[in-house]
Ligand binder design. Structure first.
Ligand code: C2E
Ligand code: MG
Ligand code: MG
Ligand code: MG
Length: 289
């Protein structure tokens, strides 16, 4: 009897596993089609200067609105694309769309943009040919000095000569900044910050979320700000949702803030209007001086 039961359980897990695998394959094939048909889009979320509330950058976030399934969120398809390798095409497509959007915004502004645009780069496989393709697009874009790249800590931990070389190659293409995303959650060996010539640290939103009732999260935020000062890196807090978050991050001296409190990610068409209105309204006292 017990044996039968055990077998049933194994079958249950096997079929569950099989189903998950099939679902991933299905999603991956669908994503491939969406890429081929240029049906992905990018939304942009502002990062504001905590001294005046003005946007200093926008983060580009990929969006996939499927005709049958509606919005498929990044947390569903990015891991799938990372395991199949398709993420490289996603990142390249996002880079191209961002370059195109920047060009249009420059026309609307009648000159260079008063902000930079950050792109997320998957760290899964940073191979030489992929970096060659990325740097080629960046170099020929004419807007490299307005681009930032965000990479998560995990890649930096592959602290090999090869990855140091590749990261330096991307920076040499003329990008404005290299940021470490989700900082403070991973491994945080500090050595790589120097070797990779990092410019910016993004305090992970999990640390911001509980900052009002978790003293250790607050201490970590304070330590990251101190690290930024010591190494001359700028610091952003992401996931700022409430006035309480904002107040505490101000007290810790975080210079840049990003989160729903300021704006949700918006379509590219809305960016220029949003920036102009912010500038028209003049400086806001996000953090008391
Ligand atoms: P991330 O790079 O850390 O981006 C921040 C995520 O937090 C975004 O989710 C953003 O919409 C969300 N967010 C912003 N403010 C708040 C807030 O106040 N509260 C909360 N709860 N969330 C907030 P999104 O767009 O769903 O992206 C999730 C992740 O997917 C990103 O995390 C990034 O790792 C990845 N991703 C997004 N676009 C791309 C892309 O083009 N390429 C790659 N490789 N990864 C991407
Ligand atoms: Mg990011
Ligand atoms: Mg993050
Ligand atoms: Mg668009």
């Amino acid at each position: 009897k017990a044996k039968e039961k055990g077998r049933g359980l194994v079958q249950f897990y096997e079929s569950h596993w099989q189903q998950e695998k099939e679902e991933k394959l299905r999603l991956d094939a669908k994503l491939r089609q969406a890429l081929a048909g240029h049906r992905l889009d990018v939304h942009y979320q502002p990062i504001v200067d905590s001294s005046n509330g003005l946007p200093v950058a926008f983060e580009a976030l990929v969006r996939w609105n499927d005709s049958e399934e509606g919005m498929i969120p990044p947390f569903k398809f990015i891991p799938v694309a990372e395991s199949s390798g398709l993420i490289r095409e996603v990142d390249l497509e996002v880079l191209r769309m961002v370059v195109e959007d920047i060009r249009q915004w420059q026309q609307a502004f009648g000159g260079d943009l008063p902000f930079t645009v950050a792109i997320n780069l998957s760290a899964i496989e940073l191979s030489a040919d992929h970096v060659d393709r990325l740097t080629e697009v960046i170099r020929s874009s004419g807007v490299a000095h307005r681009l930032e790249l965000e990479i998560t800590e995990s890649l930096m931990m592959q602290d090999t000569e090869e990855s140091v070389k590749l990261i330096r190659q991307i920076k040499a293409a003329g990008i404005a900044k290299l940021a470490i995303d989700d900082f403070g959650t991973g491994y945080s060996s500090m050595g790589y910050l120097k070797r990779f010539k990092v410019d910016k640290l993004k305090i992970d939103q999990s640390l911001v979320r509980d900052i009002d009732h978790d003293p250790s999260d607050r201490a970590i935020a304070r330590a990251i700000v101190a690290l930024g000062k010591a190494l001359d890196l700028t610091v952003v807090a992401e996931g700022v949702e409430t006035e309480t978050h904002q107040g505490l991050l101000c007290k810790e001296g975080v210079p840049l803030l990003q989160g729903y409190l300021f704006a949700r990610p918006m379509p590219g068409e809305d960016v220029v209007g949003w920036v102009k209105e912010r500038r028209r309204n003049g400086p806001m006292h996000v953090c008391p001086i």
